[in-house]
Design a protein around this ligand. Structure first.
Ligand SMILES: [Mg+2]
Length: 323
């Protein structure tokens, strides 16, 4: 699947993108995203890839160092740098073949992918309005960060605002200890929670939890433990070192009877597009993908032709990423 003809060198372009507003998670506050766009040229074709380091990948400085040393024969070892170079080469290959990237990854790729909306409002009235706006836009799944103050009250405000038919998932980003997690999940369960991402660091001993457990941060750290301990596997190509490692792990999870959620970690439009193609290649249909994070950015790398509409992303027919 990798390009056969000789290519010119990779081009690295640093970027900084402002968030629409600071995003508060159990790990701290994120105000902007720094990363790199990698371009691979072949004649007048340009393949694009993105490296957006965050928790769980190499640092920004390490990423730049790895990208500078990258050659077309050997992909970088660090996950975000590897993601960028691999994605640029896949985009280029798909353009040469004249097929969307999703179809290069899997000939039976889906044509569209349902996505969830991540709610980020801080006050209760704003949270209710944000949830109602997402419902009006056509989202069928909402996601709320927990492991913060007032988890139950915030989740209840969202549930009341959108009614019983909306799927509501929560994400603790590993904030709880095991006993605390079981207690919190029992509190939240009556609100009909679809799943909880990463209630604790290692997800051990949560077999009796009344809510479906999803592994997220644990997945790149220990994929086997994630497959053993969680019913749902969150796949972040940026943290897993690219689209192909994520595709392989996704297929392994599906073979084990697990469900998957393809998502990004606050990436720019290029990496989000890659993740959307991956979700389509894995034919993710049961659960919404976490790919509406573009709305959290105040500015972006390019115009987003894969932006969600009516709660889903249509994969463009254009060759490559279709951006
Ligand atoms: Mg998560």
């Amino acid at each position: 699947m990798m390009p056969a003809r000789a290519l010119s060198a990779l081009e690295i372009r640093p970027y900084r993108l402002r968030l629409a507003r600071p995003l508060r998670t159990a790990r701290g506050v994120v105000e902007h995203r720094d990363g790199f766009v990698v371009l691979a040229r072949d004649g007048n074709l340009v393949g694009r890839g993105e490296a957006a380091p965050l928790y769980g990948t190499e640092s920004l400085a390490e990423c730049f160092d790895e990208l500078r040393k990258a050659t077309l024969d050997s992909l970088p070892a660090a996950p975000a740098a590897r993601h960028a170079v691999e994605q640029a080469l896949f985009d280029l290959s798909a353009q040469r073949l004249g097929v969307p990237l999703a179809r290069l990854l899997d000939a039976r790729a889906a044509e569209s992918v349902g996505v969830s909306a991540l709610l980020s409002a801080e006050t209760m009235p704003e949270l209710a309005r944000e949830a109602q706006r997402a419902a009006a836009e056509g989202y069928r799944t909402l996601k709320l960060k927990v492991g913060l103050a007032n988890d139950y009250a915030r989740a209840a405000v969202v549930r009341d605002a959108v009614g019983p038919n909306m799927k509501l998932r929560v994400d603790a980003n590993g904030a709880w200890r095991r006993d605390e997690a079981l207690e919190r999940l029992h509190e939240l369960a009556p609100l009909d929670i679809e799943l909880c991402e990463q209630p604790t660091e290692d997800l051990a001993g949560l077999e009796t939890a009344p809510i479906t457990i999803a592994a997220d941060e644990l997945v790149p750290r220990d994929p086997d433990a994630a497959l053993d301990r969680a019913q749902v596997i969150v796949l972040k190509p940026m943290l897993l070192g690219g689209l192909l490692p994520a595709l392989r792990l996704g297929r392994r999870a599906l073979e084990r009877g697990r469900q998957i959620v393809v998502t990004t970690s606050l990436d720019g439009a290029i990496a989000r597009a890659g993740a959307a193609h991956l979700a389509a290649a894995l034919r993710q249909t049961d659960l919404a993908a976490g790919l509406s994070t573009g709305r959290l950015l105040a500015e972006d790398l390019c115009s987003d032709t894969l932006a969600p509409r009516g709660g889903s992303i249509r994969i463009p027919d254009a060759p490559g990423l279709g951006l």
